[in-house]
Design a protein around this ligand. Structure first.
Ligand SMILES: C[S@@+](CC[C@H](N)C(=O)[O-])C[C@H]1O[C@@H](n2cnc3c(N)ncnc32)[C@H](O)[C@@H]1O
Length: 420
């Protein structure tokens, strides 16, 4: 287990002494120099004449070229994603799975005319999704590229790409999305984001509640497709062999718990999710390895009683879907049902991680905005919410693939027993 992220109660804790936070102290010392350097750099980069000189001068040319390429990639990123999406929808990568093909063969399989197929193939090659080989007879053949091959091994990514049409429709007007608070298409795909988080709101909404149930099978499939990689990372990063009774809150179709079951043959496993999703889990689990070991509970985790008596509660890709107050309310309810010494584990992609690049903040930030609730958080922000819910010793456990998931755990404080 890595760093402890307890937030102290006294306000002075925001500004620790140099001994308590030496790295922060060094950063504060260099802040004025950093600010001066940033202002100088930005003045130069915003100057067209400087840019032109930098491109002509051999020593600065590689940097200038790299900078303009990165900027152009940002401008064109949406188009690159659509090239990828066209390849997935038309079955390009599947078509090349077994062997390279010629243009005419690919056009036939994808039901495109040859000119359209060529546009797609050249675009895909420029993005390393496929590779073009000049044939001996001068007729090119097209093979899977490194990224195309990796994509075929990642059903979660394929499922995400297929459902991105809803996200991209909502992102067509990003300013309207920021000002309006949610997107029309994604908020329909994730109906629970709009569900009331209190008993009173629930009663008023009960009549409408089943309207979104049909969509739940769709998002449950989407989550299932990407769960294996998350479960693999969580189980590789943690030793949870001490956990006897486990509750996976918002456990979907049970994919995380079936993976958990293979690592921990003696643990008693329980899943809690909305009735429509619990029905999917009950239907699918008996057909899976270890599925019969999982007891499925149904209800709304904000308003219905949660099962009690667990020593580990897991929330895998749950917390980022909800706003702060709702998260604190949920964690408080979970804490109240844990055994003494019980642990809460939150696993999801988190904000502010330099290894994950822009995935959490740019992708999930806008995705969750379109969905209509929640946001990606840093491990520290999650730790602070856990603390507000009465949990203690919040700390991050590093994972090998933070882009798929990071982990924060916290415990319920030991009971203080008074003997006199
Ligand atoms: C993003 S999915 C994650 C599913 C699963 N943990 C995973 O990682 O694949 C969120 C899950 O939380 C469930 N959920 C959302 N709101 C809920 C609520 N109020 N009560 C119970 N479950 C809820 C959803 O039905 C869904 O299965």
């Amino acid at each position: 287990m890595s760093s402890t992220m307890e937030t102290a109660d006294d306000p002075g804790a925001d500004r620790p002494s140099g001994w308590a936070d030496p790295i922060g102290e060094i950063r504060r010392f260099f802040r004025p120099a950093r600010e001066r350097w940033r202002a100088y750099r930005n003045r130069k980069l915003a100057d067209g004449a400087f840019q032109a000189r930098a491109t002509r001068f051999p020593l600065t040319r590689p940097f200038a070229q790299e900078a303009s390429r990165r900027l152009f990639d940002l401008c064109a990123g949406f188009v690159y994603s659509q090239v990828l999406s066209a390849g997935v929808q038309l079955g390009l990568y599947e078509a090349l799975r077994d062997r390279p093909l010629r243009l005419s063969e690919i056009a036939g399989r994808l039901e495109l005319d040859e000119e359209a197929a060529r546009v797609l193939l050249r675009a895909s090659a420029s993005l390393d999704l496929i590779e073009i080989e000049e044939g001996l007879d001068k007729e090119a053949t097209y093979a899977l590229g490194a990224l195309g091959a990796a994509l075929l091994a990642n059903p979660g990514a394929l499922a995400m790409i297929r459902h991105h049409d809803a996200l991209y429709a909502d992102l067509a007007d990003p300013v309207a999305l920021l000002k309006g608070g949610k997107g029309a298409r994604l908020s329909r795909l994730w109906p629970y984001a709009a569900r009331p988080k209190t008993r009173k709101g629930k009663a008023a909404n009960d009549a409408k509640a089943s309207a979104g149930d049909a969509d739940m099978a769709a998002y449950t499939d989407l989550m299932e497709a990407s769960q294996d990689i998350v479960a693999r990372e969580v189980l590789a990063a943690t030793d949870l062999s001490w956990a006897r009774r486990v509750l996976d809150v918002g456990g979907g179709s049970g994919r995380f718990l079936t993976a958990f079951a293979s690592h921990h043959p003696d643990a008693e496993l329980h899943l809690f999710d909305l009735p429509a999703v619990a029905a999917v889990a009950r239907q699918r689990l008996p057909g899976t390895r270890n599925g019969r070991r999982i007891t499925v509970h149904e209800g709304d985790f904000f308003t219905d009683p949660l099962p009690e008596g667990y020593d580990l509660a897991t929330l895998v890709r749950i917390v980022h879907d909800h706003d702060d107050e709702a998260v604190v309310a949920l964690l408080t309810r979970i804490r109240e049902g844990l055994r003494p010494g019980g642990v809460v584990m939150i696993a999801e992609p988190m904000s502010g991680d330099r290894h994950s690049g822009p995935v959490a903040d740019a992708y999930f930030g806008f995705y969750l905005r379109a969905m209509g609730s929640g946001r990606p958080r840093t491990p520290d922000e999650i730790a602070a919410l856990m603390k507000r819910a009465g949990l203690s010793r919040a700390r991050e456990i590093p994972t090998a693939l933070p882009v798929a998931t990071k982990i924060v755990v916290a415990e319920i404080p030991r009971r203080s027993v008074a003997f006199t």
